[in-house]
Design a protein around this ligand. Structure first.
Ligand SMILES: Nc1ncnc2c1ncn2[C@@H]1O[C@H](COP(=O)(O)OP(=O)(O)OP(=O)(O)O)[C@@H](O)[C@H]1O
Ligand SMILES: [Mg+2]
Length: 241
C-alpha cells in the first residue's frame, strides 16, 4: 500500500479505552473509566484534575508500573500489557523515565553515581556510563556539581539530578508525578524552563501530572481528568515542531 496511515505518524504513546478498577474488600472503585489518548513524540503534556480524579493511576499505567483492568497501552507501537512481567520490566527500563515528587535519589551516592545507576542495570561499560552521565548532568545545569551528594544540593538541584537520571537512558517518554510539588515558586519555574529546554533540544516527550496551573499553562497540551475520564484535552499550540 502506498498511502501510510498518517494519523499514526510520530505517535509515541497511545491508550485505548483504558480502565482501572481497584478492589478493596468487597468494594470495587473505578479510578479510570475508559481513557483514550494519543501522544506524539516531542510533546510536552500536563495532566491536571481534582484530587482522586485518576491522574497518578493513569501515569502508573502509562509507565508500566501497574496493569490495567482492561484497555490497551501502546508505546512505540508495542501493546505493553500483552508482555509478560519480565518483558514489561525490560520495556520500562529501556523506554520510560520516571521523575518523582520526592526526587528518590540514593543519599550516599554522588549526583554522578545516581545518574549512572540506570546504565549500570543496562550493562553499559564504565567509561560510557560516566560520559553519558556527565553529558546529561551538564544538560540540566549541574556540570560543576557532579560529585555532590543529594544532601549537598538544593531541592531544585536534586530534582535536576532526578531529571538527568530519567534522561540518561534516552527513553521514549519521561513521566513525572507532581515533580515541582516540593519546590518553591521560583525553583518550580526554573524546572519548567529546564523541561522546555530539554524538550526542545532533545525532542524528549514529557507527561507531567501537576496541581499547578502556572506549570500546566507552560506545556503544549493540558489533559484534564475528572472522575476517571478525560474531561478536556486542550492544545496550547506551543509545540516547537
Ligand atoms: N491502591 C488503591 N486501592 C484502592 N483505591 C485506590 C488505590 N489507588 C488509588 N485509589 C483510588 O483511585 C482514585 C484515583 O486515585 P489517584 O491516586 O489516581 O488520584 P490522583 O488524581 O492522582 O489524586 P491526587 O491529586 O490526590 O494525587 C482515588 O479515589 C483513590 O482513592
Ligand atoms: Mg496523584
Amino acid at each position: 500500500m502506498l498511502l501510510k496511515n498518517r494519523s499514526e505518524d510520530g505517535v509515541v504513546l497511545k491508550t485505548i479505552n483504558l480502565r482501572k478498577d481497584y478492589v478493596a474488600g468487597k468494594e470495587v472503585y473505578s479510578a479510570l473509566k475508559g481513557v483514550s489518548l494519543s501522544l506524539k513524540r516531542g510533546e510536552l503534556v500536563s495532566v491536571v484534575g481534582p484530587s482522586g480524579s485518576g491522574k497518578s493511576t493513569l501515569l502508573n499505567l502509562l509507565g508500566a508500573l501497574d496493569r490495567p483492568t482492561s484497555g490497551k497501552v501502546y508505546i512505540d507501537g508495542v501493546d505493553i500489557y500483552s508482555l509478560n512481567d519480565k518483558e514489561l520490566a525490560d520495556l520500562r527500563n529501556r523506554k520510560i523515565g520516571f521523575v518523582f515528587q520526592s526526587f528518590n535519589l540514593i543519599p550516599r551516592l554522588s549526583a554522578l553515581d545516581n545518574v549512572q545507576l540506570p546504565l549500570l542495570i543496562r550493562d553499559v561499560g564504565a567509561e560510557e556510563r560516566r560520559k553519558r552521565a556527565i553529558n546529561v548532568l551538564t544538560a540540566v545545569g549541574l556540570g560543576s556539581k557532579i560529585h555532590r551528594k543529594p544532601s549537598e544540593l538544593s531541592g531544585g538541584e536534586q530534582q535536576r539530578v532526578a531529571i538527568a537520571r530519567a534522561l540518561v537512558t534516552n527513553p521514549s517518554i519521561i513521566l513525572g508525578d507532581e515533580i515541582t510539588g516540593n519546590l518553591d515558586s521560583k525553583t518550580t519555574q526554573e524546572i519548567v524552563e529546564l523541561l522546555q529546554e530539554l524538550n526542545k533540544n532533545f525532542n524528549t516527550t514529557f507527561i507531567i501530572v501537576t496541581h499547578n496551573m502556572d506549570v500546566a499553562n507552560q506545556t503544549h497540551r493540558i489533559i484534564r481528568l475528572r472522575d476517571g475520564v478525560v474531561e478536556k484535552d486542550i492544545s496550547l499550540g506551543k509545540t516547537h515542531f
